[in-house]
Design a protein around this ligand. Structure first.
Ligand SMILES: [Mg+2]
Length: 189
């Protein structure tokens, strides 16, 4: 696979909330590996907001297993993932293979049953594609300016030129709202 091809995601969506879970399930996906910073929350958000917690509940109720794979450090990753009851791997050194292989063991899936979700082409998408995962790029939750950003953005535009950005609101918003309502109802019982 050429570098160019291995940087291209199969899907490009506005946010995790735009991922078409039914389609993934029908395609045989059972495990979701997700990046943390700028994919689930902004890079400096220490905990999951209620909407994200509800979405993660919905994803797991739908039958998927989820593992956060992050290049960030242990404190950041475990203090985020543990309250959610989600498996996680820190200091993953994406796009290297080792952490992805460990994630498959945690998810009990093979590569063909696994989806990678992330906001960066050179870590999340490159690593996921090389593993043979289905890859979904999300727009970063919060863009932090750093040197090299413009060059990376330019490269992204080239790589993603003919990958359509899916902006359609999916029904998950309703499913998430239902899940959240049910949780509130249970909390009051
Ligand atoms: Mg990220």
């Amino acid at each position: 696979m050429s570098l160019f091809a291995s940087l291209r995601p199969q899907e490009y969506v506005t946010s995790i909330y735009h991922i078409h879970l039914d389609r993934l399930w029908q395609a045989g996906v059972r495990g979701i590996v997700t990046d943390l910073d700028n994919t689930l929350v902004a890079w400096n958000s220490p905990v999951a907001p209620p909407k994200l917690a509800a979405w993660l509940d919905h994803v797991r109720e739908r039958g998927f297993r989820v593992c956060i794979v992050s290049n960030n450090d242990r404190l950041r990753v475990s203090s985020f993932a543990e309250p959610l009851g989600i498996e996680s791997l820190h200091k993953a050194r994406k796009p290297r293979r080792a952490a992805f292989v460990r994630a498959l063991q945690k998810l009990r899936t093979n590569a063909g049953e696994t989806c990678m979700v992330g906001d960066q082409l050179f870590t999340d998408i490159l690593g996921g594609n090389r593993m043979g995962f289905y890859t979904i790029l999300v727009r970063p939750v919060h863009v932090r300016e750093f040197s090299g950003t413009r060059a990376i953005r330019l490269l992204e535009r080239i790589v993603l030129r003919d990958v359509p950005l899916q902006t359609a609101e999916e029904y998950f918003h309703y499913a998430i709202a239902e899940t959240a309502n049910r949780r509130r109802g249970e909390a009051h019982e």
